[in-house]
Design a protein around this ligand. Structure first.
Ligand SMILES: [Zn+2]
Length: 327
């Protein structure tokens, strides 16, 4: 029984996770690819940013190229999108027919059309283009189990962050109640939608007594690249897990402002502001070969802090909404 429980928790943990494909800023290094990451939720796979080498990293992490139906490009600095040309071409070569949703700055459509024209490529599938709106908190993708919102960041190029909000799952009806109250299909449907029931003697049984409480929906927020944004919580609300760029160490504050980036300390302050349960630091400057001290700096402000090492995977627990590193 103990073994079953452990396995059960493991599977529950796995259904909302983030895999880091790359988190180097500007240049790739021997150990780090530029920005790209995958959000897995149940059967859905969302790709955020698509730096050079994303295809190889997808293969290394055994993520099927054809299962990606939504790609989110934060902004048009090359380290966040130079991998898109190869990825979309490979999807074509692999025989993709299904439409692909691309959420990106408007210029990317022109860039892609130019590339297809110059290379003579005719895509056999439709790319549905969703252009970023750089003001406010906007619902950009409304999927079966997940909603994705965009919000503006403050960088040297127009840039959007993304918030992934799991939809509230339907409450599970208690099996013993089905027998005890002889519930039919219509009753079950109504109870799942939140209703209570009246017994023949007029007693009212509240929905809470008929169902197992559905866990609170989980959220994941992606912030790259940006200077420190004051009061981001007033725009996007709280989040369970936050990925935030930490291009520089705490002492490089002036350099961070001059280049439109953040320090590890500022990333920790944003995590605190958003009441996050965990923070992942990424988008590391190539000047740092060992980024462990960025984690230590951030942990003086906020805990726990993880590092976005290539191929690391983080899962958000369904019950506690805490983050664990899976690999
Ligand atoms: Zn940038």
């Amino acid at each position: 029984l103990f073994r079953c429980i452990i396995l059960g928790v493991y599977f529950i943990n796995m259904d909302f996770s983030i895999t880091i494909l790359g988190a180097s800023s500007a240049l790739p290094t021997a150990n780090r690819f530029p920005s790209a990451q995958v959000v897995k939720h149940n059967e859905s796979i969302f790709l955020i940013d698509c730096g050079e080498g994303t295809q190889m990293q997808l293969r290394r992490n055994k993520i099927s190229l054809l299962k990606i139906n939504h790609i989110f490009i934060s902004h048009l600095h090359g380290d966040h999108y130079y991998g898109i040309f190869g990825l979309l071409t490979s999807m074509n070569l692999l025989g993709r027919k299904k439409e692909l949703h691309l959420y990106a700055p408007p210029e990317l459509r022109r860039i892609l059309n130019y590339i297809w024209k110059q290379t003579g490529i005719q895509l056999l599938y439709e790319v549905v283009f969703h252009v970023h709106n750089y003001s406010g908190f906007n619902l950009i993708a409304d999927c079966k189990h997940m909603q994705v919102f965009s919000f503006p960041l403050s960088h040297s190029k127009q840039n959007c962050g993304f918030k992934f909000c799991e939809k509230q799952s339907v409450a599970n009806i208690r099996k013993d109640c089905i027998e005890r109250f002889e519930l039919g299909i219509v009753d079950v449907r109504r109870i799942k939608a939140g209703a209570g029931i009246y017994l023949i003697d007029g007693t009212y049984i509240d929905n809470k007594e008929l169902t197992h409480h559905a866990p609170e929906p989980r959220t994941y927020t992606y912030c790259s690249d940006t200077v420190f944004v004051e009061s981001l919580n007033t725009v996007i609300g709280n989040t369970d897990l936050l990925y935030h760029e930490a291009t520089f160490a705490g002492e490089a504050n002036d350099l961070a402002i001059a280049t439109g980036h953040s320090t590890s300390i500022q990333a920790a302050h944003v995590a605190k502001q958003l009441s996050a349960k965990a923070l992942i630091l990424g988008h590391f400057s190539t000047r740092y070969t060992d980024v462990g001290f960025l984690q230590q700096e951030a942990e003086t402000i906020f805990k726990p802090v993880f590092l976005a090492e290539d191929n690391a995977e983080f899962a958000i627990n369904r019950i506690t909404r805490a983050t664990v590193q899976v690999k």
